[in-house]
Design a protein around this ligand. Structure first.
Ligand SMILES: Cc1cc2nc3c(=O)[nH]c(=O)nc-3n(C[C@H](O)[C@H](O)[C@H](O)COP(=O)(O)OP(=O)(O)OC[C@H]3O[C@@H](n4cnc5c(N)ncnc54)[C@H](O)[C@@H]3O)c2cc1C
Length: 458
Protein backbone atom coordinates (compact mmCIF):
# COMPACT_ATOMS: atom_id res chain seq x y z
CA UNK A 1 0.00 0.00 0.00
CA UNK A 2 1.45 3.44 -0.88
CA UNK A 3 2.48 5.57 2.10
CA UNK A 4 0.34 8.60 2.89
CA UNK A 5 2.63 11.61 2.54
CA UNK A 6 2.48 14.37 5.16
CA UNK A 7 4.30 17.71 5.50
CA UNK A 8 7.43 15.99 6.75
CA UNK A 9 7.52 13.37 3.96
CA UNK A 10 9.50 14.24 0.86
CA UNK A 11 10.32 12.52 -2.39
CA UNK A 12 13.94 13.65 -2.19
CA UNK A 13 16.22 14.99 0.55
CA UNK A 14 19.54 16.64 -0.24
CA UNK A 15 21.83 16.76 2.77
CA UNK A 16 24.44 19.54 2.64
CA UNK A 17 24.06 22.97 1.04
CA UNK A 18 27.49 23.54 -0.51
CA UNK A 19 27.93 24.04 -4.24
CA UNK A 20 27.37 20.28 -4.83
CA UNK A 21 24.01 20.14 -3.04
CA UNK A 22 22.70 23.45 -4.41
CA UNK A 23 23.72 22.57 -8.01
CA UNK A 24 21.67 19.37 -7.72
CA UNK A 25 18.77 21.32 -6.21
CA UNK A 26 18.86 23.68 -9.19
CA UNK A 27 19.06 21.00 -11.85
CA UNK A 28 16.21 18.96 -10.38
CA UNK A 29 13.99 22.00 -9.78
CA UNK A 30 14.63 23.55 -13.19
CA UNK A 31 14.64 20.50 -15.45
CA UNK A 32 12.58 17.73 -13.80
CA UNK A 33 9.02 17.24 -12.58
CA UNK A 34 10.34 16.08 -9.19
CA UNK A 35 9.33 18.91 -6.85
CA UNK A 36 8.85 17.62 -3.30
CA UNK A 37 12.44 18.24 -2.32
CA UNK A 38 14.02 19.29 0.96
CA UNK A 39 17.51 20.69 1.48
CA UNK A 40 18.98 20.05 4.93
CA UNK A 41 21.93 22.22 5.95
CA UNK A 42 23.50 22.31 9.40
CA UNK A 43 24.62 25.97 9.25
CA UNK A 44 22.37 29.00 8.85
CA UNK A 45 23.12 29.50 5.16
CA UNK A 46 24.44 27.72 2.08
CA UNK A 47 28.14 27.52 1.16
CA UNK A 48 29.84 28.35 4.44
CA UNK A 49 32.29 25.43 4.40
CA UNK A 50 34.54 24.45 1.44
CA UNK A 51 32.39 26.29 -1.10
CA UNK A 52 32.78 29.57 0.85
CA UNK A 53 34.46 32.44 -1.05
CA UNK A 54 37.37 32.37 1.39
CA UNK A 55 37.95 28.62 1.50
CA UNK A 56 39.00 27.59 -2.04
CA UNK A 57 41.06 28.96 -4.93
CA UNK A 58 38.02 30.30 -6.84
CA UNK A 59 39.24 28.64 -10.04
CA UNK A 60 37.09 27.01 -12.69
CA UNK A 61 39.41 24.14 -13.56
CA UNK A 62 39.30 23.10 -17.23
CA UNK A 63 42.49 21.00 -17.17
CA UNK A 64 44.27 23.25 -19.69
CA UNK A 65 46.92 24.63 -17.33
CA UNK A 66 46.75 21.96 -14.59
CA UNK A 67 49.83 20.00 -15.60
CA UNK A 68 49.20 17.10 -13.21
CA UNK A 69 46.15 16.09 -15.31
CA UNK A 70 46.45 13.58 -18.12
CA UNK A 71 44.75 14.31 -21.44
CA UNK A 72 41.95 11.92 -20.54
CA UNK A 73 41.37 13.60 -17.15
CA UNK A 74 41.49 17.07 -18.76
CA UNK A 75 38.87 16.03 -21.31
CA UNK A 76 36.51 15.04 -18.48
CA UNK A 77 37.26 18.09 -16.33
CA UNK A 78 36.83 20.45 -19.31
CA UNK A 79 33.42 18.99 -20.16
CA UNK A 80 32.28 19.39 -16.56
CA UNK A 81 33.71 22.91 -16.12
CA UNK A 82 32.07 23.98 -19.37
CA UNK A 83 28.64 23.41 -17.80
CA UNK A 84 29.51 25.89 -15.03
CA UNK A 85 30.92 28.32 -17.61
CA UNK A 86 27.66 28.20 -19.62
CA UNK A 87 25.61 28.75 -16.45
CA UNK A 88 27.80 31.73 -15.45
CA UNK A 89 27.63 33.29 -18.92
CA UNK A 90 23.86 32.92 -19.09
CA UNK A 91 23.33 34.47 -15.64
CA UNK A 92 25.40 37.56 -16.58
CA UNK A 93 25.81 38.40 -12.89
CA UNK A 94 29.12 40.07 -11.89
CA UNK A 95 28.69 38.75 -8.34
CA UNK A 96 29.33 35.24 -9.67
CA UNK A 97 32.63 35.47 -11.52
CA UNK A 98 35.45 37.49 -13.10
CA UNK A 99 37.54 36.59 -16.11
CA UNK A 100 41.32 37.11 -16.06
CA UNK A 101 44.17 35.88 -18.21
CA UNK A 102 45.71 32.64 -16.95
CA UNK A 103 48.96 30.87 -17.67
CA UNK A 104 51.13 27.98 -16.56
CA UNK A 105 54.79 28.81 -16.34
CA UNK A 106 57.78 26.62 -17.27
CA UNK A 107 61.02 27.79 -15.68
CA UNK A 108 64.31 26.65 -17.26
CA UNK A 109 65.01 24.46 -20.27
CA UNK A 110 63.86 21.13 -18.77
CA UNK A 111 60.43 22.44 -17.79
CA UNK A 112 60.14 24.32 -21.10
CA UNK A 113 60.76 21.09 -23.00
CA UNK A 114 58.05 19.39 -20.93
CA UNK A 115 55.59 22.24 -21.52
CA UNK A 116 56.18 22.25 -25.30
CA UNK A 117 55.43 18.53 -25.36
CA UNK A 118 52.27 19.13 -23.36
CA UNK A 119 51.17 21.86 -25.75
CA UNK A 120 51.49 19.47 -28.71
CA UNK A 121 49.31 16.94 -26.90
CA UNK A 122 46.70 19.36 -25.51
CA UNK A 123 46.21 22.18 -28.00
CA UNK A 124 43.59 20.30 -30.00
CA UNK A 125 41.42 19.97 -26.87
CA UNK A 126 42.08 23.60 -25.88
CA UNK A 127 42.34 25.61 -29.12
CA UNK A 128 42.46 28.93 -27.20
CA UNK A 129 45.66 27.91 -25.44
CA UNK A 130 48.71 29.77 -26.79
CA UNK A 131 52.35 28.97 -26.22
CA UNK A 132 54.15 32.22 -25.37
CA UNK A 133 57.79 33.23 -24.85
CA UNK A 134 59.50 35.32 -22.19
CA UNK A 135 58.79 38.61 -23.98
CA UNK A 136 55.04 37.94 -24.27
CA UNK A 137 54.93 36.68 -20.68
CA UNK A 138 56.51 39.99 -19.63
CA UNK A 139 53.86 41.95 -21.52
CA UNK A 140 51.06 40.11 -19.71
CA UNK A 141 52.77 39.72 -16.33
CA UNK A 142 55.73 42.11 -15.92
CA UNK A 143 56.42 41.01 -12.31
CA UNK A 144 56.85 37.39 -13.40
CA UNK A 145 59.81 38.30 -15.61
CA UNK A 146 61.34 41.09 -13.51
CA UNK A 147 64.47 40.03 -11.60
CA UNK A 148 65.05 36.74 -13.42
CA UNK A 149 68.51 35.87 -14.75
CA UNK A 150 68.87 37.05 -18.37
CA UNK A 151 69.70 33.54 -19.61
CA UNK A 152 66.84 31.74 -17.75
CA UNK A 153 64.42 30.22 -20.27
CA UNK A 154 60.78 31.04 -19.57
CA UNK A 155 57.82 29.64 -21.45
CA UNK A 156 54.08 29.60 -20.75
CA UNK A 157 50.79 28.20 -21.96
CA UNK A 158 48.35 31.06 -21.75
CA UNK A 159 44.67 31.79 -22.39
CA UNK A 160 42.21 34.54 -21.57
CA UNK A 161 39.72 31.92 -20.32
CA UNK A 162 40.71 32.35 -16.65
CA UNK A 163 37.29 32.02 -15.06
CA UNK A 164 37.48 33.01 -11.39
CA UNK A 165 34.34 32.00 -9.56
CA UNK A 166 32.70 33.00 -6.31
CA UNK A 167 31.41 29.51 -5.53
CA UNK A 168 29.59 30.87 -2.47
CA UNK A 169 27.52 33.27 -4.60
CA UNK A 170 27.12 30.54 -7.21
CA UNK A 171 25.52 28.33 -4.54
CA UNK A 172 23.15 31.18 -3.61
CA UNK A 173 22.32 31.65 -7.29
CA UNK A 174 21.52 27.93 -7.68
CA UNK A 175 19.24 28.10 -4.63
CA UNK A 176 17.44 31.26 -5.82
CA UNK A 177 16.87 29.82 -9.28
CA UNK A 178 15.73 26.50 -7.80
CA UNK A 179 13.14 28.39 -5.73
CA UNK A 180 11.90 30.23 -8.83
CA UNK A 181 11.24 26.93 -10.59
CA UNK A 182 10.02 24.93 -7.62
CA UNK A 183 7.45 26.45 -5.25
CA UNK A 184 7.34 23.21 -3.21
CA UNK A 185 11.03 23.31 -2.34
CA UNK A 186 11.77 23.36 1.41
CA UNK A 187 15.02 24.42 3.04
CA UNK A 188 15.90 23.50 6.60
CA UNK A 189 18.85 25.52 7.92
CA UNK A 190 20.53 25.10 11.33
CA UNK A 191 19.48 21.49 10.87
CA UNK A 192 22.09 18.82 11.23
CA UNK A 193 21.33 15.34 9.98
CA UNK A 194 22.00 13.14 13.00
CA UNK A 195 20.52 9.81 11.93
CA UNK A 196 19.62 8.05 8.68
CA UNK A 197 17.70 4.78 8.46
CA UNK A 198 16.22 2.88 5.52
CA UNK A 199 12.90 1.14 6.09
CA UNK A 200 11.32 -0.75 3.16
CA UNK A 201 10.62 2.22 0.82
CA UNK A 202 11.96 5.38 2.44
CA UNK A 203 14.65 6.87 4.66
CA UNK A 204 13.93 8.34 8.09
CA UNK A 205 16.18 11.31 8.70
CA UNK A 206 16.74 12.48 12.26
CA UNK A 207 17.58 16.17 12.54
CA UNK A 208 19.03 18.10 15.46
CA UNK A 209 20.62 21.51 15.92
CA UNK A 210 24.33 22.01 15.13
CA UNK A 211 25.57 21.31 18.67
CA UNK A 212 29.09 20.03 18.73
CA UNK A 213 30.48 18.39 15.64
CA UNK A 214 30.01 14.79 16.69
CA UNK A 215 28.21 13.39 13.70
CA UNK A 216 25.57 10.97 12.79
CA UNK A 217 24.05 8.67 15.40
CA UNK A 218 25.02 10.92 18.32
CA UNK A 219 23.25 13.99 19.70
CA UNK A 220 19.67 15.01 20.32
CA UNK A 221 17.16 14.57 17.50
CA UNK A 222 14.48 17.26 17.53
CA UNK A 223 12.66 16.35 14.32
CA UNK A 224 12.32 13.38 11.98
CA UNK A 225 11.44 13.64 8.31
CA UNK A 226 11.26 10.99 5.59
CA UNK A 227 12.43 10.90 1.98
CA UNK A 228 12.13 8.20 -0.69
CA UNK A 229 15.54 9.09 -2.08
CA UNK A 230 18.47 10.83 -0.35
CA UNK A 231 21.57 12.49 -1.80
CA UNK A 232 24.30 13.23 0.72
CA UNK A 233 26.50 16.17 -0.35
CA UNK A 234 28.34 16.84 2.89
CA UNK A 235 31.95 16.76 1.60
CA UNK A 236 34.21 14.54 3.70
CA UNK A 237 31.33 13.81 6.09
CA UNK A 238 29.58 11.86 3.34
CA UNK A 239 31.98 8.92 3.69
CA UNK A 240 31.20 8.55 7.39
CA UNK A 241 27.48 8.57 6.62
CA UNK A 242 27.91 5.99 3.85
CA UNK A 243 29.89 3.72 6.15
CA UNK A 244 27.18 3.94 8.83
CA UNK A 245 24.84 2.34 6.27
CA UNK A 246 27.43 -0.27 5.29
CA UNK A 247 28.73 1.34 2.08
CA UNK A 248 32.29 2.34 1.15
CA UNK A 249 33.90 0.40 3.98
CA UNK A 250 37.05 -0.09 1.85
CA UNK A 251 37.59 3.67 1.75
CA UNK A 252 39.24 6.06 4.14
CA UNK A 253 40.13 9.76 4.04
CA UNK A 254 43.17 11.95 4.11
CA UNK A 255 41.97 15.44 5.02
CA UNK A 256 44.28 17.91 3.25
CA UNK A 257 43.89 21.49 4.45
CA UNK A 258 44.95 24.40 2.26
CA UNK A 259 46.00 27.87 3.42
CA UNK A 260 46.77 31.04 1.48
CA UNK A 261 49.08 34.06 1.58
CA UNK A 262 48.18 37.52 0.29
CA UNK A 263 50.19 40.01 -1.75
CA UNK A 264 48.96 43.25 -3.34
CA UNK A 265 49.19 44.24 -7.01
CA UNK A 266 51.81 41.74 -8.15
CA UNK A 267 49.88 39.90 -10.90
CA UNK A 268 47.29 40.76 -13.54
CA UNK A 269 45.93 37.24 -13.93
CA UNK A 270 46.27 33.66 -12.76
CA UNK A 271 49.77 32.21 -12.83
CA UNK A 272 50.35 28.50 -12.20
CA UNK A 273 53.60 26.58 -12.05
CA UNK A 274 54.33 23.08 -13.33
CA UNK A 275 52.84 20.39 -11.11
CA UNK A 276 54.12 17.08 -9.86
CA UNK A 277 51.90 14.32 -11.28
CA UNK A 278 52.46 12.20 -8.21
CA UNK A 279 50.73 14.77 -6.00
CA UNK A 280 46.96 15.14 -6.10
CA UNK A 281 47.26 18.75 -4.92
CA UNK A 282 47.83 21.74 -7.17
CA UNK A 283 51.27 23.36 -7.02
CA UNK A 284 51.13 26.82 -5.47
CA UNK A 285 49.65 29.39 -7.80
CA UNK A 286 48.92 33.11 -7.75
CA UNK A 287 45.31 34.19 -8.34
CA UNK A 288 43.62 37.60 -8.30
CA UNK A 289 40.56 37.64 -6.02
CA UNK A 290 37.26 37.21 -7.79
CA UNK A 291 35.95 40.65 -6.70
CA UNK A 292 39.25 42.53 -6.28
CA UNK A 293 41.91 42.06 -8.94
CA UNK A 294 44.58 43.87 -6.92
CA UNK A 295 44.48 41.30 -4.11
CA UNK A 296 46.56 38.28 -5.12
CA UNK A 297 46.12 34.99 -3.30
CA UNK A 298 49.07 32.60 -3.27
CA UNK A 299 48.44 28.96 -2.41
CA UNK A 300 46.83 26.71 -1.50
CA UNK A 301 49.24 24.86 0.72
CA UNK A 302 48.56 21.22 1.58
CA UNK A 303 48.84 19.83 5.10
CA UNK A 304 47.20 16.72 6.50
CA UNK A 305 44.88 17.48 9.42
CA UNK A 306 42.80 15.15 11.63
CA UNK A 307 39.59 17.18 11.09
CA UNK A 308 36.81 16.87 8.53
CA UNK A 309 36.08 20.58 8.65
CA UNK A 310 38.73 23.28 8.89
CA UNK A 311 38.54 25.45 12.02
CA UNK A 312 35.90 23.15 13.51
CA UNK A 313 37.85 21.29 16.19
CA UNK A 314 34.94 19.06 17.09
CA UNK A 315 34.98 17.57 13.57
CA UNK A 316 37.96 15.55 14.86
CA UNK A 317 35.53 12.88 16.03
CA UNK A 318 33.88 12.72 12.61
CA UNK A 319 37.29 12.43 10.98
CA UNK A 320 38.26 9.53 13.22
CA UNK A 321 35.00 7.79 12.32
CA UNK A 322 35.46 8.43 8.57
CA UNK A 323 38.94 7.00 8.66
CA UNK A 324 37.64 3.98 10.47
CA UNK A 325 40.14 3.36 13.24
CA UNK A 326 40.99 -0.09 11.93
CA UNK A 327 44.20 -1.76 10.91
CA UNK A 328 43.71 -1.59 7.11
CA UNK A 329 42.81 2.09 7.16
CA UNK A 330 45.75 3.05 9.39
CA UNK A 331 48.11 0.90 7.31
CA UNK A 332 46.93 2.57 4.07
CA UNK A 333 47.33 6.08 5.55
CA UNK A 334 50.75 5.19 6.91
CA UNK A 335 51.91 3.78 3.54
CA UNK A 336 50.71 6.82 1.63
CA UNK A 337 52.28 9.29 4.05
CA UNK A 338 55.55 7.37 4.18
CA UNK A 339 56.05 7.77 0.41
CA UNK A 340 59.10 10.04 0.32
CA UNK A 341 57.69 12.58 -2.17
CA UNK A 342 54.34 12.90 -0.37
CA UNK A 343 55.91 12.93 3.10
CA UNK A 344 58.37 15.73 2.32
CA UNK A 345 55.70 17.71 0.51
CA UNK A 346 53.18 17.45 3.38
CA UNK A 347 55.84 18.20 6.00
CA UNK A 348 57.06 21.30 4.16
CA UNK A 349 53.48 22.46 3.68
CA UNK A 350 52.72 21.99 7.38
CA UNK A 351 55.56 24.39 8.20
CA UNK A 352 54.06 27.07 5.91
CA UNK A 353 51.25 27.63 8.44
CA UNK A 354 53.62 28.34 11.33
CA UNK A 355 54.20 31.91 12.50
CA UNK A 356 57.55 33.54 11.59
CA UNK A 357 59.17 30.53 9.89
CA UNK A 358 56.12 29.74 7.66
CA UNK A 359 56.28 32.94 5.65
CA UNK A 360 60.05 32.65 5.24
CA UNK A 361 59.71 29.17 3.77
CA UNK A 362 56.62 29.89 1.70
CA UNK A 363 58.20 32.90 0.00
CA UNK A 364 60.59 30.54 -1.80
CA UNK A 365 57.60 28.98 -3.59
CA UNK A 366 55.96 32.34 -4.26
CA UNK A 367 59.25 33.66 -5.71
CA UNK A 368 59.09 30.98 -8.40
CA UNK A 369 56.23 33.14 -9.70
CA UNK A 370 57.37 36.63 -8.56
CA UNK A 371 61.19 36.57 -8.16
CA UNK A 372 61.37 40.04 -6.57
CA UNK A 373 58.65 39.41 -3.97
CA UNK A 374 59.64 40.83 -0.57
CA UNK A 375 58.85 39.32 2.80
CA UNK A 376 56.90 42.42 3.87
CA UNK A 377 54.66 42.13 0.79
CA UNK A 378 53.43 38.69 1.87
CA UNK A 379 50.79 38.15 4.57
CA UNK A 380 49.27 34.94 5.89
CA UNK A 381 45.53 34.81 5.11
CA UNK A 382 44.25 34.01 8.58
CA UNK A 383 41.07 31.93 8.86
CA UNK A 384 40.98 31.21 5.13
CA UNK A 385 41.17 27.90 3.27
CA UNK A 386 39.15 24.73 3.64
CA UNK A 387 40.12 21.10 3.55
CA UNK A 388 40.07 18.57 0.71
CA UNK A 389 38.80 15.09 1.53
CA UNK A 390 41.22 12.94 -0.49
CA UNK A 391 39.97 9.38 -0.86
CA UNK A 392 42.18 6.53 0.27
CA UNK A 393 41.49 3.03 -1.01
CA UNK A 394 42.39 0.74 1.88
CA UNK A 395 42.53 -2.32 -0.43
CA UNK A 396 45.09 -0.87 -2.86
CA UNK A 397 46.52 1.45 -0.16
CA UNK A 398 46.60 4.28 -2.72
CA UNK A 399 45.15 7.77 -2.96
CA UNK A 400 42.23 7.88 -5.40
CA UNK A 401 42.30 11.19 -7.19
CA UNK A 402 39.19 13.26 -7.86
CA UNK A 403 35.67 12.99 -6.55
CA UNK A 404 34.06 9.81 -5.27
CA UNK A 405 30.46 8.80 -5.64
CA UNK A 406 28.97 5.92 -3.67
CA UNK A 407 25.59 4.68 -4.86
CA UNK A 408 23.40 2.53 -2.62
CA UNK A 409 19.74 1.67 -2.15
CA UNK A 410 17.93 4.89 -3.19
CA UNK A 411 20.88 6.90 -1.93
CA UNK A 412 23.94 8.68 -3.35
CA UNK A 413 26.95 9.95 -1.39
CA UNK A 414 29.20 12.60 -2.96
CA UNK A 415 32.72 13.11 -1.60
CA UNK A 416 34.25 16.14 -3.28
CA UNK A 417 37.94 17.07 -3.13
CA UNK A 418 39.27 19.65 -5.62
CA UNK A 419 38.13 20.38 -8.34
CA UNK A 420 34.73 19.45 -6.92
CA UNK A 421 33.32 22.94 -7.31
CA UNK A 422 34.23 23.03 -11.03
CA UNK A 423 32.36 19.79 -11.64
CA UNK A 424 29.28 20.63 -9.52
CA UNK A 425 26.84 20.79 -12.45
CA UNK A 426 28.16 17.68 -14.17
CA UNK A 427 27.99 15.85 -10.86
CA UNK A 428 24.42 17.10 -10.44
CA UNK A 429 23.57 15.88 -13.94
CA UNK A 430 24.91 12.38 -13.22
CA UNK A 431 22.94 12.34 -9.94
CA UNK A 432 19.78 13.59 -11.65
CA UNK A 433 19.86 10.67 -14.12
CA UNK A 434 20.43 8.21 -11.26
CA UNK A 435 17.59 9.74 -9.23
CA UNK A 436 15.22 9.35 -12.20
CA UNK A 437 16.26 5.68 -12.29
CA UNK A 438 15.60 5.29 -8.54
CA UNK A 439 12.07 6.61 -9.11
CA UNK A 440 11.65 4.24 -12.08
CA UNK A 441 10.73 7.15 -14.37
CA UNK A 442 7.82 8.29 -12.18
CA UNK A 443 9.17 11.79 -12.84
CA UNK A 444 10.34 13.30 -16.13
CA UNK A 445 13.67 14.95 -16.84
CA UNK A 446 14.07 17.34 -19.78
CA UNK A 447 17.48 16.10 -20.91
CA UNK A 448 17.25 17.98 -24.20
CA UNK A 449 16.89 21.27 -22.34
CA UNK A 450 19.87 20.44 -20.09
CA UNK A 451 21.96 19.62 -23.15
CA UNK A 452 20.86 22.77 -24.93
CA UNK A 453 21.47 25.09 -21.93
CA UNK A 454 24.49 23.52 -20.27
CA UNK A 455 26.26 21.08 -22.58
CA UNK A 456 25.99 21.69 -26.31
CA UNK A 457 25.56 25.46 -26.41
CA UNK A 458 28.32 27.34 -28.20
C1 LIG B 1 42.15 25.00 -0.34
C2 LIG B 1 41.15 24.54 -1.36
C3 LIG B 1 41.18 25.06 -2.64
C4 LIG B 1 40.23 24.62 -3.57
N1 LIG B 1 40.22 25.20 -4.80
C5 LIG B 1 39.29 24.84 -5.71
C6 LIG B 1 39.22 25.49 -6.95
O1 LIG B 1 39.93 26.44 -7.22
N2 LIG B 1 38.31 25.04 -7.85
C7 LIG B 1 37.46 23.99 -7.57
O2 LIG B 1 36.69 23.60 -8.42
N3 LIG B 1 37.50 23.37 -6.38
C8 LIG B 1 38.37 23.79 -5.43
N4 LIG B 1 38.39 23.20 -4.21
C9 LIG B 1 37.42 22.15 -3.90
C10 LIG B 1 36.03 22.73 -3.64
O3 LIG B 1 36.12 23.77 -2.70
C11 LIG B 1 35.12 21.63 -3.13
O4 LIG B 1 35.22 20.51 -3.99
C12 LIG B 1 33.67 22.07 -3.11
O5 LIG B 1 33.51 23.30 -2.44
C13 LIG B 1 32.86 20.99 -2.43
O6 LIG B 1 31.53 21.42 -2.33
P1 LIG B 1 30.52 20.56 -1.49
O7 LIG B 1 29.20 21.21 -1.62
O8 LIG B 1 30.62 19.13 -1.90
O9 LIG B 1 31.09 20.60 0.00
P2 LIG B 1 31.02 21.82 1.05
O10 LIG B 1 31.11 23.12 0.39
O11 LIG B 1 32.00 21.50 2.10
O12 LIG B 1 29.56 21.69 1.62
C14 LIG B 1 29.15 20.62 2.43
C15 LIG B 1 27.94 21.11 3.21
O13 LIG B 1 27.41 20.03 3.98
C16 LIG B 1 27.00 20.54 5.24
N5 LIG B 1 26.94 19.42 6.20
C17 LIG B 1 27.96 18.65 6.63
N6 LIG B 1 27.48 17.71 7.50
C18 LIG B 1 26.14 17.91 7.59
C19 LIG B 1 25.10 17.26 8.32
N7 LIG B 1 25.34 16.22 9.15
N8 LIG B 1 23.82 17.72 8.18
C20 LIG B 1 23.55 18.79 7.37
N9 LIG B 1 24.51 19.43 6.66
C21 LIG B 1 25.79 19.00 6.76
C22 LIG B 1 28.09 21.56 5.57
O14 LIG B 1 27.65 22.48 6.56
C23 LIG B 1 28.31 22.21 4.21
O15 LIG B 1 27.48 23.33 4.00
C24 LIG B 1 39.28 23.63 -3.23
C25 LIG B 1 39.24 23.13 -1.93
C26 LIG B 1 40.15 23.60 -0.99
C27 LIG B 1 40.06 23.09 0.40
Amino acid sequence: MPRIMTDTDYDLAIIGGGVTGTALLYLLSRYTTLKKIVLIEKYNNVATVNSARTHNSQTLHFGDIETNYTLEKSRKVAKAANMVKLYLESEKNPKLFSKYNKMVLAIGSEQSFELRKRYEEFHELFPNLKIINKKSIGELEPMVVKGRPEQQELLALSTDEGYTVDFENLSHSFLENARKHNPYLQTLFKSKMRSLKWSSDHYSIGIGDIGIGIGIGIGKISKTITARVVVVCTGGNALMMAQKLGYGRHLSLLSVAGSFYWAQNVLNGKVYTLQNRKLPFAAIHGDPEVHNKTQIRFGPTAKAIPFLERYNWSSFFDYVKSCGLNFSSLRALFEILSDKVIFIYILRNTLYDLPFIGKRLFIREARKIIPTLKLEQLNFAKGMGGTRPQIVNTLTRKLELGEAKIVGQNIIFNITPSPGASSCLNNAYVDTLKIMEFFKDEFACDKDAIKKDLIDRN
